[in-house]
Design a protein around this ligand. Structure first.
Ligand SMILES: Nc1ncnc2c1ncn2[C@@H]1O[C@H](COP(=O)(O)OP(=O)(O)OP(=O)(O)O)[C@@H](O)[C@H]1O
Length: 302
């Protein structure tokens, strides 16, 4: 373990009754980055996050959180978390709920106003929790995670169940935390959200990491969409080009994985082969496309 990482996980495995929920996971989260943990339902996201917090004991493997063993008091003192939705007293106000959490977490009560401001709940802090919208409840959960002035925040599905405005607010909040130098790990089903808010992502499928890279690298160079005829000439020409990585058939054309600088070469080759080129257009790959390619797509969230 290098010791420079905010979180370092090596060969982490968790078995339940012989079945691996998490199977040899290795990943590194660097200080100050917003790291997205993506995967279909049941892929092992929550189990991994719970192991990082010392809530679940690994079957095997190594974890360092802020240089400490998971669950070590030094690590927990600098880590805020929201796992599987926030739990608050409905009959107390937001502020009173945070007071309860602060006392329990040995965090200074002076942090409460700061935490409420950070999640845009300062002017609703004295209203009853039961009167909050789902988005406000989720944001209060993040406020609770911020009470300790943490270096690391772990959020399990922070946008779960939120409407578009709630998601936008949560995204902005997470990005602000990252910009303020806090390391954030979040799990999500919301691929578009992760694409907008995360610096790097790990994709987990059936307990195994299938990708761990920057969002940009994962999305790659995008695809060149070509409409040209006849189809057999187009396909054989494209497949014969050494710089073309992959050719796939679309309804009325072909999609080609190729570096953007080769767009002219591809078009020229098709014209020289006698193809009638009607359209050549570059399409960015969305994280969702990559996710579906990488995972089995078995989860309903996929
Ligand atoms: N306490 C447990 N006992 C037995 N099996 C468990 C336990 N906790 C999790 N599992 C199993 O481990 C696998 C991974 O579950 P986990 O909750 O980590 O997935 P997830 O990626 O967070 O899924 P979701 O997106 O649905 O929350 C699942 O097959 C789940 O049934």
């Amino acid at each position: 373990m290098s010791g420079d990482a905010a979180v370092e996980v090596r060969d982490l495995t968790k078995r339940y009754r012989g079945t691996a929920a998490v199977d040899g996971v290795s990943l590194t989260v660097r200080p100050g980055e917003v790291y997205g943990f993506l995967g279909p339902n049941g892929a092992g996201k929550t189990t991994t996050l719970r192991m990082l917090l010392g809530l679940v004991r690994p079957t095997s493997g190594r974890i360092a959180v802020l240089g400490c063993a998971p669950g070590a008091p030094e690590a927990l003192a600098r880590t805020g978390s929201m796992i599987e939705g926030p739990a608050f007293y409905p009959f107390l106000s937001g502020r009173q709920n945070l007071r309860v959490v602060a006392r329990y977490a040995a965090a200074p009560a002076s942090r409460i106003d700061h935490a409420l401001r950070a999640v845009d709940l300062a002017d609703r802090g004295d209203d009853g929790f039961s009167t909050y919208s789902l988005g406000m409840k989720q944001r209060l959960g993040v406020a609770a995670a911020l009470l300790k002035e943490p270096d690391l925040v772990v959020l399990d599905e922070p946008t779960n169940g939120l409407d578009p405005a709630g998601m936008r607010d949560m995204r902005a909040l997470i990005r602000r935390l990252g910009d303020d130098g806090c390391t954030v790990i979040l799990s999500s089903h919301m691929l578009a959200d992760v694409q907008q808010v995360c610096d790097r992502v790990g994709v987990i499928d059936a307990g195994r990491i299938v990708a761990d890279s920057s969002v940009e690298d994962l999305r790659g160079d995008g695809e060149l969409v070509i409409r040209a005829a006849p189809a057999d000439v187009v396909r054989s020409t494209l497949e014969g080009l050494p710089f073309v990585q992959a050719v796939r058939s679309l309804g009325d054309g072909h999609g080609v994985r190729v570096d953007e600088t080769r767009t002219g070469d591809v078009t020229r080759a098709l014209v020289l082969a006698g193809a009638d080129v009607r359209e050549v257009r570059r399409v960015d790959r969305q994280l969702e496309d990559v996710f579906l390619e990488l995972t089995t797509g078995a989860g309903s969230d996929a």
